[in-house]
Design a protein around this ligand. Structure first.
Ligand SMILES: [Zn+2]
Length: 92
């Protein structure tokens, strides 16, 4: 008697997508408004995170929604802690 052999092959794939705005992960600085050391990122990175124009970031700084830290030897940086609540608002 001839036996039929059946082979089943199951392929599982997993995909992880990481989106990084730039190679610069940011710097930890003291935020005077938060009163603690927080991660600070560049204005262009903040704009990309919130899907806003850079001018809109400065508008949000003016109304106190985003904390800006003007470092002596670099471009202005924004407090990432102040951006996070805004990014979650945008997803609702
Ligand atoms: Zn802050």
């Amino acid at each position: 008697m001839k036996m039929n052999r059946r082979t089943e092959i199951t392929v599982e794939t997993h995909e992880v997508t990481t989106i990084r705005v730039t190679d610069n992960p940011g710097v930890t600085l003291f935020c005077e408004i938060c009163g603690v050391m927080t991660l600070h990122i560049s204005v262009p990175d903040a704009a990309a995170m919130l899907k806003l124009k850079e001018t809109a970031i400065f508008d949000l700084v003016q109304v106190g929604k985003i904390h800006l830290c003007e470092a002596e030897d670099s471009a202005p940086l924004v407090c990432a802690d102040s951006i996070l609540p805004l990014s979650s608002e945008g997803r609702q």
